[in-house]
Ligand binder design. Sequence first.
Ligand SMILES: C[S@@+](CC[C@H](N)C(=O)[O-])C[C@H]1O[C@@H](n2cnc3c(N)ncnc32)[C@H](O)[C@@H]1O
Length: 248
Amino acid sequence: MHPVLERHGWRYVNCNVWNRGVGHIAGNVNTQRIRRFPVVTEVCVQYVFEARIRGVPLKQWLLSEWRRSGLPLRQANEACGVRDAAVRKYSDQTHLWYFPPAEAMDRLVRYANQHGDPRGRPYFSLDERHPITGAGWRRMRSKFNCPHGVTNVWERSAVRGEERIKLEGGRAVHLNQKPLDLMERIIAASSEIDDVVWEPFGGLFSASLAAQRRGRRACAAEIDPTYFQFGVRRFEREDQQLRLLASN
Ligand SMILES: C[S@@+](CC[C@H](N)C(=O)[O-])C[C@H]1O[C@@H](n2cnc3c(N)ncnc32)[C@H](O)[C@@H]1O
């Protein structure tokens, strides 16, 4: 998936690992036969759909505007008042690139427009008339708020008990049902109230239910009619419970 996502404008950020723990395989693995260590993890990979300026990703635009100003790259450090961090972090063209904070961007923009070749001004402009401001730059950044104490390793058992959606006989409806708390964690960190969350491979719509609980607007799709119906029922049950709570 990685090259396809990159080709279509997505930038790789991070890989999170959900460890369901040894309980996930208890009694289900014949260690005499298996030819690898038993798998108890799933990965949840974070990509961001990057804003583009005149068709190019932000990191590329940033470097090309600096180059267009005719200033040597190392002067970006002077512009930001740092020894070497500006060049190292902001001109990198790999996934190690840092998005300059608004204050650093303000300084880079001001410096390039003051000291760069006067013929090419304005530098770092979206409308070719005014240079971008720090606040305008900040708005181009994908959203993310890391809660304190959360890392990229998520220790959490597989979905069990009440949360697991089951058929009449007690069998799980969907073998891939994801935990609501992990879905809430992702959604809360990477979106804001009223944002739209799109779940294209819905299953039982765990992400959409989590999104609704977090005050986001959820849209989803699911190709299998049985999963779809069981998924929709989760919302109906949620509505019922909320009505009941409100009436008490
Ligand atoms: C890994 S499961 C999602 C499980 C879900 N996150 C949950 O917690 O219930 C992926 C789902 O995508 C559905 N699917 C596969 N291809 C699809 C398509 N082209 N359009 C919509 N849904 C699709 C499958 O039927 C399956 O239920």
